[in-house]
Design a protein around this ligand. Structure first.
Ligand SMILES: *Cc1c(COP(=O)(O)O)cnc(C)c1O
Length: 387
């Protein structure tokens, strides 16, 4: 018997067409509560990165839990406002904010633009002037710190497209000096995702202090220091170790980054808040018995969860229908690509046509990245408290 799903729940799964995203709302609310506790204990303000999961019920649970928002697009800002986040709690990040998005964000009176390049700062200044407003901005600095994670999700190295690097700081100050419609709020960092080694944040804090001192010396003091997201989750033990170490993260930051009076530290967790509450529930369409390998072919695929194909990400896979008889097999998706594989040589319950499988830790960067490739339907959300 799965630790996640009771016999009753499993029975109700038969009422739904597969594949679907199953959200355990107790896991979500407990995860949100743990983050809320940590942010209070360490006086850190957490902003949930909507890009990890943008289902309205998920967002409402997070906003009700007292977490602020981090948005990457104008539409995410719109959604955040619709789901209970206050404008004063919304940060706007992104390397390619369009004119329309900047204007919308200014009109919505969001808390802060996290700016990624000098041209962007000039444009926000110009648009704010046009609207007769002051835009609050933070500068996203590229701190050249290695997050020790997959190269596709490393974002804080000198050669990444993100943030402003140290060599450009002098020019940045010159530009800031001429921007009369901006309020400088501070510095922003985000060095990567799925970071499981907290010492990476220690290194980041040391860089933040150095960079802050430099900006202070130029007369740009930081009311806000934002260390971004990136806290990792345990993809290997999604059912037993589902609570991310928010306390450890906040503790590491508060130990290594002394705050000045009136200063506020921010973090922007995305994945860590939502990964473990979500599971894909899918059915075995066919079994293929090869000469060397056996395949369980699911009715979901890389169009449902792209992380394995895109980042070689590992997700635990479980046969919910058969647990007693064991077998070794590959679990593959239904798309005609060999990278569409969820598990190789997995030891688990013997698969049969029609068995229900769970792919765990699918709450983050899962449903938001769904696509209709091959004209398949988008997998809907099913919530544990609604079945
Ligand atoms: C993606 C992103 C986040 C969230 O990252 P996670 O790894 O999901 O915690 C936070 N801040 C910025 C700027 C981002 O781009």
């Amino acid at each position: 018997m799965s630790q996640m799903i009771s016999t009753n729940t499993l029975r109700t799964f038969n009422n739904f067409e597969t594949p679907f995203f199953y959200y355990d709302m107790k896991v979500l609310s407990d995860t949100v509560a743990a983050l809320a506790t940590a942010q209070q204990k360490y006086h850190i303000k957490a902003h949930y990165a909507l890009k990890a999961n943008a289902e309205k019920r998920v967002l409402k649970t997070i906003s009700k839990g007292g977490i602020a928002a981090e948005c990457a697009t104008g539409n995410e800002i719109k959604l955040a406002l619709e789901t209970g986040f206050a404008p004063k709690d919304i940060f706007f990040d992104g390397v390619a904010k369009t004119d329309k998005e900047i204007l919308f964000a200014l009109k919505s009176d969001i808390a802060c633009f996290n700016c990624e390049n000098i041209q962007e700062i000039e444009i926000i200044n110009e648009f704010a002037g046009r609207l007769g407003k002051k835009a609050h901005i933070a500068v996203r600095v590229n701190p050249d710190v290695d997050a020790h994670t997959h190269k596709f999700i490393t974002t804080g190295m000198e050669e990444d497209k993100f943030g402003i690097s140290q060599w450009a700081f002098d020019n940045l100050i010159k530009v800031l000096d001429t921007c009369g419609n901006l309020v400088f709020e501070g510095l922003h960092f985000h060095i990567g995702s799925q970071i499981t080694d907290l010492s990476v944040f220690e290194t980041l804090c040391r860089r933040v202090i150095e960079i802050q001192d430099w900006f202070d010396s130029k007369g740009y003091t930081s009311a806000n220091l934002n260390l971004g997201g990136g806290l990792g989750v345990d993809y290997d033990h999604p059912l037993t170790n589902w609570l991310p170490d928010f306390d450890g993260l906040c503790h590491t930051i508060s130990e290594n980054l002394p705050i000045k009076s009136g200063q506020q530290i921010h973090i922007e967790p995305g994945r860590s808040l939502v990964a473990q509450c979500g599971h894909i529930i899918s059915r075995v369409v066919f079994i293929k018995e090869g000469q060397k390998k056996k395949f369980a072919i699911l009715d979901c695929g890389m169009h449902t969860l792209i992380r394995p194909a895109l980042y070689q990400a590992h997700h635990e896979v479980e046969n919910l229908s058969c647990v007693n008889e064991q077998d070794t097999y590959n679990v593959v998706g239904c798309v005609c690509e060999s990278s569409d594989t969820f598990a190789e040589n997995m030891k688990g319950g013997k698969p049969h046509r029609g068995d229900l499988f769970a792919i765990h830790s699918a709450g983050a960067y899962g449903q938001v990245m769904n696509m209709t490739y091959l004209q398949r339907n988008l997998a809907p959300a099913v919530y544990s408290d609604e079945i």
